[in-house]
Design a protein around this ligand. Structure first.
Ligand SMILES: [Zn+2]
Length: 421
């Protein structure tokens, strides 16, 4: 009679295991991650016209699995942002996003958005931040009342806000931005972008200090080409002076020198995407003669300082044509080989039609991650987070996550503990 359990197969990193493991999401946009049913309800209440009033219709027309180009990818944001123009909708979106994370064992999330796109009338940046914080805090309180969290079987749910400045904007983007163009009609565009980001950083610091909103970092989003990060250096210097975390969308649609700028001009601790970090042929700067040498030194610097790349595989597939049908063309494996700290993120749960579990399954299947490699990738998300609390508390939290992770791996037949030599 066979009583012994068969030895686990090599490819036994199942979806079930991945779903059970504690995970993080360090790069998720609030306005790209609404529940579809919520969007439909909000649109009805707020009289926003959607191309369809059913989830399946919206999936066919707007929130697709594959997009023809970037404008098509970005189209969905027009509708979500239009529905998120008041405290109630923002609070609900943040609350639901936290619960959606918890429901797939994502215990740590940093939710990012550009408050400037949600202001109107007397509803300003600080009110936007306060509304999102209310939703997050309510979800956090409820989640952490759960029995398995209270008894320490699972880690606490923790979350923070990342405020996004924009590399580029137009008056039509929002009332907030229109005011800048009206107040400075003859100023060069770069001056307007720079000032808007600096003002945003100032208001954010005030909101942290006076309203107690859990903002943990600043981000820079929007088109890289033609809109350099250096324009936003004063804003980053201000948050740097206040000890906030810094991340920058860079190397997503521009070359390694954009990542260099994010690090040198904006003190980036993390890079959103960083897809082209290892690609000398993507360098546009004519002044860089030894492109291969430049990339090697930059990658070495990024690796050594543990500047973490927030990799969003599905989103990259949807916006980078050469990866659409063959994800193995993504440099994830080479990033790992160069010993760079990488973490897997969703970018946009609705617009990219994904979850953290989906992203991790994709990475495991495409890049043949071994159990310990998977543990490393998942734990970086906690270690390199902008955790909203003292460092000793963060260390204890990471330790607890690690213990939970090792237990879940063991329950699925994998020993991922470090071997003692
Ligand atoms: Zn993003």
């Amino acid at each position: 009679m066979a009583t012994r359990k068969p030895a686990p197969r090599k490819s036994s990193l199942t979806r079930e295991l991945i779903a059970a493991l504690p995970k993080s999401d360090l790069h998720v946009h609030l306005d790209g991650s609404l529940r579809l049913e919520t969007l439909i309800e909000l649109a009805k209440e707020r009289k926003v016209r959607l191309p369809s009033s059913t989830p399946s219709g919206l999936r066919d027309l707007v929130f697709k699995r594959a997009y023809k180009n970037l404008p098509e990818y970005l189209r969905g944001f027009e509708f979500t942002v239009a529905c998120l123009q008041d405290a109630e909708s923002l609070e609900r979106a943040a609350y639901e996003l936290c619960w959606d994370c918890r429901n797939e064992n994502v215990f740590y999330v940093e939710i990012r958005f550009a408050p400037q796109l949600h202001v109107n009338g007397g509803f300003g940046v600080r009110q936007v931040l306060a509304a999102v914080a209310r939703g997050m805090n309510r979800a956090k309180r409820e989640i952490n009342r759960g029995a398995e969290i209270k008894d320490g079987t699972l880690p606490r749910f923790e979350c923070g806000i990342i405020v996004c400045a924009m590399r580029f904007f137009l008056p039509v983007f929002s009332e907030h931005y229109r005011a800048y163009f009206e107040a400075m009609p003859s100023a060069p565009k770069e001056e307007i972008y720079s000032l808007a980001s600096l003002e945003l950083a100032r208001v954010t610091v005030k909101a942290i200090e006076e309203d107690g909103v859990p903002v943990v970092g600043l981000d820079l989003a929007g088109q890289e080409r033609g809109f350099p990060a250096e324009d936003h250096a004063p804003a980053y210097q201000l948050v740097h002076d206040h000890f906030l975390g810094k991340t920058v969308h860079a190397g997503e649609d521009y070359g390694p020198e954009s990542i260099f700028q994010a690090i040198t001009d904006c003190h980036a601790d993390r890079i959103g995407h960083g897809t082209w970090l290892l690609s000398p042929n993507r360098i546009h700067d004519q002044g860089i003669k030894d492109k291969k040498g430049y990339v090697e030194k930059l990658a070495n610097y990024v690796a050594d300082r543990r500047i973490t790349l927030e990799v969003c595989l599905t989103s990259n597939q949807q916006t980078i044509p050469e990866m659409r049908d063959d994800l193995s063309k993504h440099p994830f494996k080479r990033m790992r080989k160069a010993r760079i700290s990488v973490t897997l993120c969703t970018d946009n749960r609705l617009v990219s039609r994904t979850t953290v579990t989906d992203e991790v399954v994709k990475a495991v299947d495409t890049f043949k991650l071994k159990p310990r490699e998977l543990k490393d990738v998942l734990i970086y998300g906690f270690k390199r987070s902008f955790y909203p609390g003292p460092y000793h508390e963060k260390r204890d939290y990471v330790r607890q996550v690690l213990n939970t992770m090792e237990r879940v791996f063991a329950e699925h037949g994998h020993d991922v503990r470090m071997s003692v030599r």
